[in-house]
Ligand binder design. Structure first.
Ligand SMILES: C[S@@+](CC[C@H](N)C(=O)[O-])C[C@H]1O[C@@H](n2cnc3c(N)ncnc32)[C@H](O)[C@@H]1O
Length: 269
């Protein structure tokens, strides 16, 4: 692991590192593993949830680059770098693709160099910023220098909107972000849900997460669709469990309670 600056508190769990633990990554500490195991004990599906969401990221970004022809990506709530980051997937299709990454976890900043390994034809940048201050993201010099805001941009909000509680005014956040994008832009979003969990499990899993890792607002599919995709044209198959969004094969897939993430991709008219 890269040398850690003092502002990184390894004694407290972080959602980015817990997610990394579920994905089988290497960037987590004892406090993260303890929380992750506590959540797994209450909600054993948490690991499958993370993996299905990450697989959706791969399929959605590949679709956006290959079929929708998008060449610019703004990925907010990036997470710790892994094997298949947005630029890895997009530049496989289009080496000139440009990606701006945004996360508010200082540990992601420490690892940002791994996110900046763009193909020579493309470009990547990293911004340490908070989704709750969307104006600072879309007006930042790094975003403005890397992306051309007169051309379509795919906004990627995967696994992050559920950290935005109602008091943070999530609808206003979405409006600021989407207003900054030109027509023909896209949004890919995913969101955790407790809709398919037995009530006691849902409550226990959420309270474990909240107590140790921060705010969490689970939403059902209608709440998620309203928040993320209002005013946009949802592409088929609409808002579905991430495992059901244009799967690569017809093999067996996990059950709805094992997935517990909704996802969708939409176009700004
Ligand atoms: C579950 S991970 C998702 C990673 C990746 N987008 C994916 O879907 O595989 C959530 C990420 O969002 C980041 N995050 C949480 N709240 C945020 C906020 N308010 N602003 C920016 N990033 C945030 C966390 O630090 C973490 O890296």
């Amino acid at each position: 692991m890269a040398e850690l600056p003092p502002e990184i508190d390894t004694s407290r769990p972080s959602s980015a590192r817990i997610y990394d633990y579920y994905l089988g990554g290497k960037n987590h500490f004892a406090a993260d593993r303890k929380t992750a195991e506590a959540v797994l004990a209450a909600a054993p599906v948490a690991r499958t949830v993370a993996r299905e969401n990450r697989a959706f990221l791969g399929r959605a970004v590949r679709f956006l680059a290959a079929e929708a022809g998008v060449r610019q990506f703004l990925d907010i709530g990036t997470g710790l770098p892994t094997e298949r980051n947005v630029h890895d997937v997009a530049q496989e299709v289009a080496p000139s693709a440009r990606v701006v990454y945004v996360d508010n976890d200082p540990l992601v900043l420490v690892h940002a160099r791994a996110l900046l390994t763009s193909s020579p034809a493309g470009r990547t940048a990293y911004i340490n910023a908070d989704l709750r201050d969307p104006a600072s993201i879309v007006s930042s010099p790094a975003a403005r220098e890397t992306l051309d805001f007169s051309q379509p941009i795919a906004l990627i909000l995967l696994g992050v909107l559920h950290t935005i509680v109602d008091e943070d005014q999530p609808a206003a956040i979405m409006k600021t972000l989407l207003d900054a994008l030109p027509p023909g832009s896209y949004l890919a979003a995913s969101h955790v849900t407790a809709e398919h969990w037995p009530q006691d499990l849902a409550e226990e899993g959420q309270s474990q997460y909240r107590a140790q890792s921060g705010p969490l607002r689970v939403r059902d599919s209608d709440e998620f669709a309203d928040l993320a995709f209002s005013g946009l044209a949802l592409l088929p198959p609409g808002v579905v469990l991430v495992s059901e969004w244009r799967p690569d094969d017809s093999g067996p897939r996990p059950t709805p309670s094992e997935v517990s993430y909704y996802g969708g991709v939409a176009r700004k008219p």
